[in-house]
Design a protein. Structure first.
Ligand SMILES: [Zn+2]
Ligand SMILES: [Zn+2]
Length: 344
């Protein structure tokens, strides 16, 4: 629909060849800036013959000391005496190649920094910034999808120490996989089978059903809806998707992208209000693969997997989930939706 890139982009190349894309306004790095170097290490793909899926092996040998003070945040702007990952003393949004990539030869790993402010969340950022973020995602999807070694652009965010994040600085990541990951493959197969029965797009049908039922619907705004799916696996799991069939962020109009950004913020805020503490979550964006094949069944979707089921209780993935692939969801999705709706 549009090739608009919201913010002007400046691309810098670090001495080790890694790229830094600065979106929007920025100020130059201070004099004496020393770029961090990519970690030495091994990144391999190993095939799991039983599960029929890839395992990424990332064995970084973390030998280099690159920061004047390791306690200082690598995602904050660079200041005299503090050289961060971002060669700028002020910036809006920044994307850079991960220094500890899980993929090296084929595919790539990027870090998306939402702001140059150290504190904050998707929910507390200015609305314009989150709207720009969605445009940056679209830009990254578009650019990475053109690489012949990239078959799937996976945009995601892990937030909170409970999901292993040690940096509080607001950021997400992008894994540009040289294969279509198994969860996506399985969902696309389900969509293909559904369409083969002459029923059209599976997700279009699921979204319509949620809108019509209304019971688990949280928000409908600007053609984008958020709902707790009937089949939610995580406590307070929320899916966000366009009502009309759109297969990637680049297929959304600028106004639909802004609507999506607004809804992501509202979901994030509701999560933080739920237990009056920052909700740890994983956020995953599902889009059309980029391997050059046709995927008419692909329907853009953002999924949130919050990990708190109660104020002090974490949902752990245990034997049932990991060993058998079967979630036990404590609590009714309809009740979860009702609780979240009052906080939107
Ligand atoms: Zn920081
Ligand atoms: Zn659809």
């Amino acid at each position: 629909v549009t090739d608009r890139v919201a913010a002007p982009r400046t691309t810098l190349t670090q001495p080790d060849g890694r790229h830094v894309h600065l979106y929007g306004a920025h100020r130059q790095a201070p004099e004496g800036y020393v770029a961090p170097l990519i970690s030495e290490g091994i990144a391999q793909r190993r095939w799991h013959p039983l599960r029929q899926e890839w395992v990424l092996v990332s064995a970084a040998r973390q030998t280099r000391t690159f920061l004047p003070d390791l306690a200082q945040c690598p995602l904050c702007p660079s200041l005299p005496g503090h050289s961060s990952e971002i060669p700028a003393s002020a910036f809006e949004l920044a994307v850079f190649d991960n220094r500890f990539p899980a993929m090296r030869d084929r595919g790539c790993c990027e870090v998306v920094v939402y702001t140059d402010q150290h504190e904050g969340t998707l929910g507390t950022l200015p609305p314009k910034r989150v709207s720009d973020l969605v445009d940056v995602w679209a830009d990254r999807y578009r650019e990475l999808s053109q690489r012949p070694d990239v078959r799937y652009v996976f945009i995601f965010e892990n937030r909170g120490e409970a999901v292993g994040v040690t940096l509080p600085h607001p950021h997400g990541q992008i894994y540009a996989y040289p294969f279509i990951p198994p969860v996506v493959r399985r969902e696309l197969d389900a969509g293909r089978r559904y369409a083969a029965r002459g029923k059209g797009c599976l997700l279009c049908a699921l979204v319509l059903a949620e809108v019509q039922a209304g019971q688990r619907l949280l928000i409908s705004d600007g053609g984008i809806v958020a709902y707790v799916p009937a089949y939610a696996r995580w406590p307070y799991e929320v899916h966000v998707a366009p009502e009309d069939h759109r297969s990637s962020l680049t297929d959304l109009s600028p106004s639909a992208r802004a609507a999506l950004a607004g809804i992501l913020q509202r979901v994030s805020r509701a999560y933080d209000r739920l237990f009056d503490r920052p909700m740890p979550y994983m956020m995953a964006v599902h889009q059309r693969p980029t391997d050059g094949r046709r995927y008419p069944q692909a329907h853009l979707r953002v999924e949130f997997y919050p990990t708190l089921r109660d104020a002090g209780k974490l949902k752990y993935l245990a034997a049932g989930e990991c060993g058998a692939g079967t979630f036990v969801a404590e609590g009714m999705p309809e009740e979860r939706a009702a609780s979240l709706r009052t906080l939107m």
